[in-house]
Design a binder for this molecule. Structure first.
Ligand code: ALA
Length: 473
């Protein structure tokens, strides 16, 4: 082992040691207990210990920010301002020209942008079929939305992007594109797309909810063709599940537009006759902000920057290659997107698959109850992309839609998704693969019953009250 590899591995081991709850034991159907294997990091990541500690350290000093004169308010305000600086640095924003607007999460960040833009009739937003709903639905009632398609594997079709940009040139207000898919893990070339968008006279938003926890995000210098105008991310997907997310973008842009939410903290002066809005970010952070969440998010970003996002990427690449190699020979297991362990430059460790003959919700239930493994199944809040990958259309689509609208989700199309964080290990991948081998061979032993409304499976005898002892209910 080279010194470099040893250093890299020790950094990853340290990260794992700092994951809150890494040692949780869960009961299996055979009566044994097992350390939980969490492979649902694309949905939400656990907290880092340093993040928890930062929150604990701030809580005794917590106070409302900016409007108080006392020592606690000064400390909280300082911590909150520092959080803005850290978030800006993490995405390579310009501290003079850009602003970080804290909110709940990526969904709120994107809705904020959609709600502040001064839309004009005929405006177009170009987005893609790969988006999760939060980077698709917010545009639909604002502008004419054009969805750029994907190639047969599910990668963004750049030739179509070029074509649509030309077709709508001059009318496009925004290109809204994911930094990485939460379904296939594909990473579109956002800087190349930025150049294309700018040539068409549009701004670009990168939904970095999935990208930021796994790769370097660099908005790049203002005024250059590949600069990213807006970036959105979520704390709960980057080891800081304390309810904060961020929208980063040009200060001058927000300074020219009234805020979406209006209220305390958003103004300089107000009378019954007139309002003078505050400068961003205050103008766009109405009400008492989530100081704890923002400071938690910044703590996580500082830990990850200290480790190096290139180290995180290298580890996750190895893990993904290992998983794809191990999954390839499993009969009945089909990976969607790319299943090639060598083809990792433009994909993350998000692996969506199905198991022939076993419904996705049942696979997830067996993994949970017999393997102690947490994955997600279904459509991952990305219906258009999943339905496309599964080729659900026409009569099949109409049938399942009618069932869902009558509260029957038993036939919901979908996939199972294993998604890695920076702390997962090859031993955890081995355990997943061994369980999938058993499932594909029909060698699970629970008697699973499917709920009509949710489509979820639970083993006979399961009672949610069993969970109460794990937390203080
Ligand atoms: N985007 C979230 C997920 O993929 C909801 O699970």
């Amino acid at each position: 082992m080279t010194d470099q590899t040893a250093t890299y591995l020790s950094k990853i081991e340290t990260l794992r040691g700092n994951i809150v709850g890494i040692d949780r034991q869960v009961p299996l159907l055979d009566g044994s207990m097992r350390t939980y294997t969490y492979l649902d990091n694309a949905a939400s990541t656990p907290s880092l210990r340093q993040v928890q500690d930062t929150v604990s350290n701030l809580l005794p000093w917590y106070s409302s920010v900016h409007r108080g004169a006392g020592w606690k308010s000064l400390i909280s305000s300082r911590a909150y301002e520092h959080a803005h600086e850290v978030a800006a640095r993490f995405v390579g924003a310009d501290p003079q020209k850009d602003v970080v607007i804290f909110g709940k999460n990526t969904t709120e960040a994107i809705n904020t942008l959609a709600n502040v833009i001064d839309w004009k009739s005929g405006d177009v937003v170009i987005t893609t079929l790969m988006e999760h709903h939060s980077d698709d639905l917010p545009w639909r009632n604002k502008a004419h939305v054009v969805h750029v398609g994907v190639d047969p594997q599910g990668r963004l079709d750049l030739a179509e992007m070029e074509k649509r940009l030309k077709e709508h040139s001059g009318k496009i207000r925004l290109v809204a594109v994911t930094g990485a898919s939460n379904v296939t893990g594909f990473v579109p070339p956002v800087h190349q797309i930025a150049e294309m968008a700018h040539q068409a006279g549009a701004l670009i938003l990168v939904d970095a909810a999935q990208l930021a926890p796994h790769r370097v995000v660099d908005m790049g210098p203002h005024g250059t063709s590949q600069h990213l105008d807006f970036v959105a991310l979520s704390g709960h997907k980057i080891y800081a599940p304390y309810g904060a997310g961020a929208l980063v973008g040009p200060k001058a842009f927000f300074a020219n537009l009234p805020p979406d939410y209006r209220g305390g903290g958003t103004i300089e002066v107000v009378t019954v006759d007139e309002v003078h809005w505050a400068e961003p970010p205050e103008r766009d952070e109405a009400g008492s902000p989530n100081v704890i969440g923002a400071v938690a998010l910044a703590a996580s970003l500082e830990v990850l920057s200290g480790v190096g996002m290139e180290v995180v990427e290298a580890h996750e690449r190895e893990l993904t290659a290992y998983a794809l190699e191990k999954l390839a020979p499993l009969p009945g297991v089909r990976v969607y997107g790319s299943a090639d362990p060598q083809d990792l430059d433009d994909r993350l460790g998000v692996i969506s698959f199905d198991v022939a003959g076993v419904p996705h919700a049942k696979v997830a239930a067996v993994l949970a109850f017999e393997g102690g493994i947490g994955v997600r199944d279904g459509c991952f809040c990305a219906h258009p992309y999943i339905l496309h990958l599964l080729q659900v259309e026409g009569e099949v689509y109409r049938k399942f839609k009618d069932e869902v609208l009558s509260n029957d989700r038993r036939n919901l199309p979908g996939l199972v998704r294993a998604s890695f964080g920076c702390y997962n290990t090859t031993a955890e991948v081995d355990h997943l693969v061994e369980m999938l081998q058993r499932i594909a061979a029909g060698k699970y032993f629970g008697d699973y019953i499917q709920e009509r409304n949710s489509g979820s499976y639970f083993p006979r005898g399961y009672d949610p009250a069993m969970l109460d002892g794990y937390f203080h209910l």
